[in-house]
Design a protein around this ligand. Structure first.
Ligand SMILES: Cc1ncc(COP(=O)(O)O)c(C=O)c1O
Length: 374
C-alpha cells in the first residue's frame, strides 16, 4: 500500500549523524589530520571523558561491546573451568562473550515485568547449581532496553556467594538506580557503542568502566596482545581496540548523550499515554533511558502489520531467546524455571521507533497508531 507520509524507521543512526554533522565532521577531520589512528589522544580523551561522565576512575575502550564483556571476564580471571550466569533474554552477544572467554554460560529466567534477571532464580541457582556445571564465578545482569536489572537484590546474593558481578550496560548509557548511574555498581561495566545505542559510534566500538585500577591496567594490556610495553606480550591478549576516528566521533556524541536520553524519556512519556495499561513497567527507584520502548502484544504479526500500514517501522528485541537459537539449543545450562518467562516474552515483545531525532509530528503519528491498536 502507499503511505502518504514518510516512513518512520524503528532505528535511525543516520539521523543521529545528521543532527550533529558539523561537529562530527570537524572531529573526524581533526582525527584524520593527526596522522595517528589507533590508541592515541582521541581515544585517551574519550576514555577519561566517559569515565568522568559515568563516575568511575577508569574506562578502557575496545573494539565492541561483545569484546568488552569477554575481556572483562578474562581480566577478572574468569575463563575455562568457570561458569557465568546471565539471562537468555538478551542480545546473543552476552552469551557469546562468556564462551569467548572460555567459560560456560548458565541462563537465568527474567522477571517478566522488567525483562531483567530474576534475582530469586539466580539465588536458587547459586545455592544449588545445575549438576555438571563448573563453579559459577561471575554474574552478568543485563540492563535491558535501558532499564536497571534488580541490582538491589542481585548484588547481595552475589556478595554472599563471593561471585563477581559485571554489568552489561550495552543498552543503558545514562540510566540510574537509586540515583546512581548504572555501570558504577559492580567490579566493571561493559558498554557497546554500536551505532544505534544511546551512545553510538559510526562503526563498532565498546568501552569498559571500572574503578579498579589493577583491572583497568590488565584490560588495557589484554585488548592489545597483552602488551604493557610495546611489542612485549606479558600474557596472551587479543586485538580489540577503539580507533581514533570512532573515539573522536564519540567525544562529540557524549556531550549530547544526556540531552538525547531526556528526549527519549519525553517520547516514552507520550507513548505511555497512548499505550495506557500496555505501557512498559518502570522499576521503582530507577530512571529508564529507553534504548528501546517495548510493548507486549498477543498477536505480534498483526500489530506489526498495523504499524507497517501506517508507515511505522517496528523491531523485535529479541525474537528467539539465546537458549533456543540453533547454535545454543540443548547445549547451554538453564536455571530451574527453564526460561519460561523468557520464551513468553520473546513471542510477544515489539519495539516502537525510538531515537532522539524523532520529530514531534512523528511521535504523534506513532501515538495515533498505538491508540488504534490498544
Ligand atoms: C545487551 C547487549 N550486550 C552486548 C552487546 C554487544 O555489543 P556489540 O554489538 O557492540 O558487540 C549488545 C549489542 O548488540 C547488547 O545489546
Amino acid at each position: 500500500m502507499t503511505v502518504a507520509t514518510a516512513p518512520i524507521p524503528q532505528a535511525n543512526p543516520g539521523a543521529g549523524y545528521r543532527a550533529r554533522r558539523e561537529e562530527i565532521d570537524a572531529a573526524v577531520a581533526r582525527a584524520l589530520a593527526s596522522g595517528w589512528y589507533i590508541l592515541g589522544q582521541e581515544g585517551r580523551a574519550f576514555e577519561s571523558e566517559f569515565a568522568a561522565w559515568l563516575g568511575t576512575t577508569h574506562a578502557v575502550g575496545c573494539g565492541n561491546g561483545t569484546d568488552a564483556l569477554a575481556l572483562t571476564l578474562r581480566g577478572l580471571g574468569i575463563g575455562p573451568g568457570c561458569a557465568v550466569a546471565t539471562v537468555s533474554h538478551t542480545a546473543v552477544a552476552t552469551v557469546a562473550a562468556i564462551e569467548m572467554a572460555g567459560a560456560v554460560p548458565v541462563l537465568i529466567d527474567i522477571d517478566p515485568r522488567h525483562y531483567t534477571m530474576d534475582p530469586a532464580e539466580l539465588a536458587a541457582v547459586l545455592d544449588a547449581p545445575p549438576p555438571g556445571l563448573p563453579p559459577i564465578r561471575a554474574v552478568i545482569p543485563v540492563h535491558l532496553y535501558g532499564q536497571a536489572a534488580d541490582l538491589d537484590a542481585i548484588l547481595p546474593v552475589c556478595a554472599r556467594h563471593g561471585v563477581a558481578v559485571i554489568e552489561d550496560c550495552a543498552q543503558a548509557h545514562g540510566a540510574t538506580l537509586d540515583g546512581r548511574k548504572l555501570g558504577t555498581f559492580a567490579a566493571a561495566a561493559c558498554f557497546s557503542l554500536y551505532p544505534t545505542k544511546n551512545l553510538g559510534a559510526l562503526g563498532d566500538g565498546g568501552i569498559i568502566a571500572t574503578s579498579d585500577e589493577h583491572l583497568a591496567g590488565r584490560l588495557s594490556a589484554l585488548r592489545q596482545y597483552g602488551w604493557k610495553q610495546h611489542y612485549i606480550s606479558d600474557e596472551v591478549g587479543v586485538n580489540s581496540r577503539l580507533d581514533e576516528l570512532q573515539a573522536a566521533i564519540l567525544r562529540v556524541k557524549l556531550t549530547h548523550l544526556d540531552e538525547g536520553n531526556a528526549r527519549r524519556q519525553d517520547i516514552a512519556t507520550a507513548y505511555d499515554d497512548a499505550a495506557g495499561a500496555r505501557a512498559p513497567s518502570r522499576r521503582a527507584g530507577a530512571s529508564h533511558v529507553f534504548h528501546q520502548y517495548v510493548l507486549r502484544v498477543a498477536d505480534r504479526p498483526a500489530a506489526q502489520a498495523h504499524f507497517r500500514a501506517a508507515g511505522i517501522g517496528t523491531g523485535i528485541h529479541y525474537p528467539v531467546p539465546v537458549h533456543a537459537q540453533p547454535a545454543y539449543r540443548g547445549r547451554v545450562a538453564l536455571g530451574p524455571a527453564r526460561c519460561a518467562a523468557t520464551e513468553r516474552a520473546a513471542a510477544e515483545v515489539l519495539s516502537l521507533p525510538m531515537y532522539p531525532e524523532l520529530t514531534d509530528a512523528e511521535v504523534a503519528r506513532v501515538c495515533a497508531a498505538l491508540r488504534e491498536l490498544v
